[in-house]
Design a protein around this ligand. Structure first.
Ligand SMILES: Nc1ncnc2c1ncn2[C@@H]1O[C@H](COP(=O)(O)OP(=O)(O)O)[C@@H](O)[C@H]1O
Ligand SMILES: [Mg+2]
Length: 239
């Protein structure tokens, strides 16, 4: 299915966003891979289709499991059609195992130690400041979201974690951690937005990353594309 064109309103690191009506957008996943706050960037032909298909698959699964998401449909290529939201400029990270920036701030723990309970973190979405960790109270004081919205964000994030962990574990995969973004729709309801793919989740298969960590660790675009293709075939996503 092909989606209508629309006007380009935003170009980020991973996607281009087109406005197609007042309350609908097209997100086009770019054939680019970036890491380390954009310091490492390479062309990756075919990547947009992989991350768009993964996002479509996970968003569709979450929607069917009762999570309110922005997802409408996928064009079978690099674009997904979504509901336009007023975004909360906060990245929500859910962690099941210690890894990455968690280890940098808490070096007393060894990588891949399983947490007794999942951790939910809030980071200000600001590349210039390297997405700093912030408190729920900071979000409220800066009026980025209300206390009620933050509590809902946290409970939805934990529910999403349960659903995704279970889905991946049924395929023999481990969900280490992932990033979510939320927005608010015209009715004031909280909605899960943005993407869910190897770019935003850490997924292990027998200790091997099927996610962007490969590229962060210095791996090639080819290795990354193979890992994303492996994830797709394990999940039964044919392109
Ligand atoms: N449903 C939505 N409505 C409005 N904006 C959205 C929606 N979903 C995601 N976004 C925003 O669209 C942009 C997607 O492009 P991306 O390349 O990820 O940008 P960035 O480099 O800013 O993270 C992000 O800024 C994200 O917050
Ligand atoms: Mg982004």
């Amino acid at each position: 299915m092909s989606l209508r064109e629309g006007r380009l309103i935003y170009e980020g690191k991973a996607k281009r966003v087109y406005l197609i009506s007042n309350d609908e957008l097209i997100m086009e996943f770019k054939d680019e891979v970036t890491a380390l706050d954009g310091a490492r960037k390479e062309h990756a032909p075919g990547k947009g289709k992989l991350t768009a298909s993964q996002t479509a698959f996970f968003m569709d699964y979450l929607t069917k499991s009762g999570i309110r998401t922005h997802f409408i449909n996928w064009d079978g290529d690099r674009r997904i059609h979504v509901r336009r939201l007023r975004m909360i400029p906060v990245e929500v990270i859910v962690r099941n195992y210690a890894y990455g920036s968690f280890i940098r701030r808490m070096p007393l723990m060894k990588p891949l130690t399983r947490f007794t309970a999942p951790l939910v973190e809030f980071h200000l979405k600001n590349d210039g400041l390297h997405d700093p960790l912030i408190l729920p109270e900071d979000i409220i004081e800066a009026e980025l979201a209300s206390m009620e919205q933050i509590m809902e964000v946290k409970s939805v994030a934990l529910k999403v974690n349960q659903l995704l962990s279970e889905l991946l574990s049924n395929h023999g995969l481990i969900l280490v951690d992932f990033k979510l973004e939320f927005g608010v729709n015209g009715n004031g309801a909280l909605v899960l937005a943005d993407e869910l793919s190897g770019d935003t989740m850490r997924i292990l298969m027998n200790g091997k990353h099927l996610d962007k960590e490969l590229f962060r660790m210095g791996g090639s675009v080819k290795e990354l594309m193979e890992a994303y293709s492996t994830l797709n075939s394990i999940l039964g996503l044919s392109l």
